[in-house]
Design a protein around this ligand. Structure first.
Ligand code: HEM
Length: 519
């Protein structure tokens, strides 16, 4: 360590330790002796950091409920963390008190990436600026607006069938392309026509950096915020360069596709999409002078928020089809009875396919894409059931634990679409939890549900999915781990074969059509 930097680092550590002790003292003053919710005993300074596993935290949190109850409180990295493990606790706090339970925690690293001013609304606190951004996004992804995007979703789902027919073993790549292409089509009217699309590449590369920067436990600067004053050449300041690269990706993901829409608008060839729909309103939605800038920055985060999540949801569904072949058969029978064997499903068939609908619901519950949701933060001190919960506490709804609540979802590990046929009237629709809560609820949820629905309906109408067989014809057991990045079906071999020569011919015929007319 250079001699010039050593005194700086020592000062930073001393100031940080003093600040942590001061915070604890202030906290005790504010709580007026009211205890925090129960939870594991914290160690001095580091809190419960070492007790929280880096993998499958949701399962540890659920296990802790046996010791401490469904409302858990602990400390990690100088912050209080509240985990709500039951539908009641989530309902009481994240829903009924959503006005104060909907902020976001802003880590020092996120601030560094943002260059001091957060302009992406998923990271904003619930300020007026956040409300303005959400207003635009909610409008552009309302159920009515999403109906206009359905032709894009049908087109991508049918294109996916063609690629599955040609190279079924590359199904992971094909699914990723389809889910990403839907977002780029809907947001920018951008058609993905190759496996190496420049916008997909840009967004995917940027996402790798963003996923690392948003994990608060990845960065020592989040625990010792004063480190941000270190010069970029100092030991321990590598986070600065990482933040700069992430910022650069974010800027390009916002600017490049937006300028491409501008070019198409100038040439009179821009298809209807999120950006053009909102631009047509000429600044009247928010009444802000900079509405165009807001359209641009909100559009820039849709790929990151919507592509990978939709992909995982589709994979969870397909995993269920491999593990529960009798359910696959039942869905196919329903599809055949409604659409016959000579065409593919469209959104017009949705209401006539209740078993498929219930199966999609069930897959959202069975393997939730975000098992602990996205953390919220508490905007002011609160008291719940006689416990004191301090301002700035990080709040998580343990969706995984809720979906394993045996009272509401009997036999929770089983993929069981019938649970949605009315036999369990108290079972709450998984969309109430899987897409988050209150003011932060996922604005893309209607679009996401439609994407999952049309993709799985198209695949099951045309293909059979089976476990792969070894050389002696024995089924190869699936290996999957909920923790892998590609955590559902991460890349088990499976067999995807056309259900009939008629279906194969139908897909081939679609493949011969020009891209713009194949829906
Ligand atoms: C199955 C697919 C999806 C799942 C499971 C999912 C889930 C979630 C969850 C759990 C949150 C956090 C909510 C909270 O903080 O309480 C969220 C936020 C968000 N989602 Fe989704 N999402 C999906 C698809 C999409 C799509 C397709 C889009 C857009 C095209 C999208 C855009 C967003 C945005 C912008 C936010 C941030 C909202 C905010 O902070 O106010 N999501 N999503």
């Amino acid at each position: 360590m250079s001699l010039a930097v050593r005194p700086l680092i020592i000062s930073i550590l001393v100031v940080t330790a003093s600040f942590t002790l001061y915070r604890k003292w202030r906290h005790r003053q504010r709580s007026g002796g009211v205890p925090p919710p129960p939870g594991p005993q914290p160690a001095p300074l580091i809190g419960n950091l070492l007790q929280i596993p880096r993998r499958k935290q949701w399962i540890t949190f659920q296990e802790w409920t046996k010791l401490y109850g469904d409302v858990l409180y602990f400390e990690a990295g100088g912050k209080g963390v509240l985990v709500l493990n039951s539908p009641e606790a989530v309902g009481d706090l994240m829903e009924k008190r959503g006005a104060i339970y909907s902020d976001r925690d802003q880590s020092t690293m996120q601030m560094e990436v943002a260059g001091g001013k957060i302009e992406l609304f998923p990271q904003m606190k619930c300020t007026e600026e956040f409300t303005i951004h959400r207003k635009l996004v909610n409008l552009a992804f309302s159920p009515a607006a999403c109906r206009e995007y359905q032709p894009y979703q049908e087109k991508e789902a049918y294109g996916l069938l063609g690629r599955l027919l040609e190279s079924p073993s590359d199904y992971s790549k094909h699914l990723r392309r389809a889910t990403g292409a839907i977002i780029l089509n809907v947001t920018y009217g951008h058609e993905v026509v190759t496996d190496d699309d420049h916008l997909v590449r840009l967004n995917e590369e940027g996402l790798k950096y963003n996923l690392q920067t948003i994990d608060p436990t990845n960065w020592i600067v989040n625990f010792i915020p004063l480190m941000r004053f270190l010069p970029s050449w100092a030991p321990g300041a590598g986070f600065k360069e990482f933040a700069r690269i992430t910022r650069d990706y974010n800027r390009k993901s916002i600017e490049i596709p937006y300028s491409e829409v501008q070019d198409k608008l100038a040439a009179g060839s821009a298809p209807t999409c999120y950006v053009t729909r909102l631009l047509e309103e000429n600044g009247s939605i928010t009444g802000q002078d900079d509405e165009e800038r807001i359209i641009k920055v909100t559009a820039g985060i849709m790929y990151g928020a919507g592509a990978g999540t939709t992909l995982l949801a589709v994979k969870a569904f397909l995993l269920a089809m491999l593990l529960y072949p009798e359910e696959q058969k039942r869905i196919q029978e329903e599809l055949d009875s409604v659409i016959g064997s000579e065409r593919l499903p469209t959104f017009k068939d949705m209401e006539s396919l209740p078993y498929l609908h219930n199966s999609v619901l069930e897959s959202l519950r069975w393997k939730p894409v975000t098992p602990v949701g996205a953390p919220h933060s508490l905007a002011q001190d609160d008291v719940y059931k006689g416990w004191f919960i301090p301002k700035d506490t990080v709040v998580m709804g343990n969706v995984w634990a809720i979906f394993h609540d045996e009272k509401m979802y009997p036999d929770p590990d089983r993929f069981w679409p019938e649970r949605w046929d009315g036999r369990f009237p108290d079972a709450r629709d998984p969309r109430n939890f899987a897409f988050g809560f209150n003011r932060r609820i996922c604005p893309g949820r209607h679009l996401a549900f439609n994407s999952i629905w049309i993709i799985v309906a198209s695949i099951l109408s045309a293909f059979n999915l089976e476990k792969a067989k070894d050389e002696e014809g024995r089924e190869i057991e699936l290996e999957y781990d909920l923790e892998q990045a590609e955590r559902f079906m991460p890349w088990v071999k499976c067999s995807i074969t056309p259900r009939s020569p008629v279906k194969a011919a139908l897909i081939k015929a679609l493949m011969l059509l020009p891209a713009s007319t194949d829906s």
